[in-house]
Ligand binder design. Structure first.
Ligand SMILES: [Zn+2]
Length: 225
């Protein structure tokens, strides 16, 4: 396990989906399209786990790497409040899976440099776009520096890393992972600046503090939520 102090340079990819508890496939819109119609009552969006995956270009000051994060680490990296995550989940339940991909490799998604794709036959709509836009932190508040416990990403030897396509609802969306980059998978992510993190939480009273058990002051006084 590597312990690295990383600065997020550019968020390159974000995927959101609801996972069907009955069959394990991703939902298409508000129901699972894989389960038989009779079983869809038991495969409702309300009970489905909400999954998020993020890919970002990061640096530790000595070189760059491609960092993959999933689950709660995504929300830590984006510093998304509970209310913002709920909004993204609602949008995903209406038209997911949702994928944000860059238009150009140098443009960070957080600066509006990307486009969202939803499930075929569905539309994101104005409310959905508004909820998804809130996922991108404002430049002034976004804390790009984190301490991340990472492991190297497993990439098949000899496999090309560019042009990897993600399939969403039958459509192919290009993933612009840079060639020959070092791949890292985040296992734990902690914002470096606790004061900035505390100010962000206080500025969003509706989000509240994470509940008991989600915050701990570790050896470094870190946020372990
Ligand atoms: Zn299913």
């Amino acid at each position: 396990m590597l312990r690295l102090r990383l600065t997020v340079l550019c968020v390159q990819r974000l995927e959101l989906r609801l996972r069907c508890l009955a069959c394990g496939h991703a939902f298409a819109g508000p129901t699972c399209a894989q389960c038989p119609a009779a079983a869809r009552g038991g495969a409702r969006a309300a009970a489905a786990p909400f999954e998020a995956e993020l890919g970002a270009r990061v640096t530790d000051g000595t070189g760059e790497a491609y960092l993959e994060a999933c689950g709660r680490h995504v929300w830590t990296l984006l510093q998304a409040s509970d209310a913002i995550v709920r909004g993204a989940r609602d949008a995903t339940a209406r038209c997911g899976p949702l994928v944000a991909a860059q238009r150009d490799w140098w443009e960070c998604l957080t600066r509006g440099g990307g486009a969202w794709t939803c499930a075929e036959g569905f539309a994101i709509g104005d409310a959905g776009h508004a909820a998804l836009a809130r996922l991108w932190p404002s430049a002034a508040r976004w804390q790009r520096e984190v301490v991340a416990h990472c492991k190297p990403a497993r990439t098949p030897s000899g496999a090309p890393q560019t042009g990897r396509a993600i399939r969403v609802a039958g459509k192919s969306v290009p993933s612009l992972r840079p060639e020959k980059s070092i791949g890292l998978v985040a296992c734990e992510v902690t914002p470096v600046n606790m004061q900035m993190e505390a100010e962000r939480m206080l500025a969003e009273p509706e989000a509240g503090w994470p509940g008991p058990g989600r915050v701990a002051l570790g050896p470094g006084g870190g946020y372990l939520g």
